[in-house]
Design a protein around this ligand. Structure first.
Ligand code: TYD
Length: 135
């Protein structure tokens, strides 16, 4: 499955907290064209439920605990984003669901492309059909 867990580079600054960062094309395998973040989400909420034809993304959770379920049509895996320095890079052609385990957890995403609704596959049966012929 086309995903990669990374440790986001983090500089500890002692009692003043920590600073984490990544750069497009060097720390992650694409140029960043878009940043978005999802916030104000109640505990237990499930979001996502789609795949992308081309888009690559890195997901990270600077505050809280979010479970990420990935499915390439053949295999399913799940991960917790529960530390600010954990990142999950997701390639194209992967169905994802996100479950908020703590209220107000923040999901941040850096994406390889501008928003384009035509890049989404929002129907799971369509996704499975596309996996068979190649996304
Ligand atoms: P969506 O990607 O479906 O959210 P999630 O998978 O987290 O549940 O996006 C929710 C809405 O926001 C949908 O109407 C599309 C819109 N949207 C934008 O306009 N720009 C963006 O960059 C993103 C990610 C979503």
């Amino acid at each position: 499955m086309d995903y990669n867990k990374i440790d986001i580079k983090t500089i500890p600054t002692n009692e003043m907290g920590s600073l984490s960062f990544f750069e497009g094309e060097s720390d992650i395998p694409f140029q960043i064209k878009r940043i978005y973040f999802i916030h104000g989400v109640p505990k237990g909420t499930q979001r996502g439920g789609h795949a992308h034809k081309q888009l690559q993304q890195i997901l990270f959770c600077p505050f809280g605990k979010i479970e990420i379920l990935l499915d390439n049509g053949k295999k399913k895996e799940s991960f917790f984003l529960d530390e600010p320095n954990k990142g999950l890079i997701i390639g194209n052609g992967i169905w994802r669901e996100m479950i908020w385990h703590n209220s107000n957890s923040v999901l941040c995403v850096a994406a390889s492309e501008y928003y384009d609704e035509s890049d989404y596959i929002r129907n799971y049966d369509d996704f499975l059909k596309m996996v068979k012929v190649g996304i």
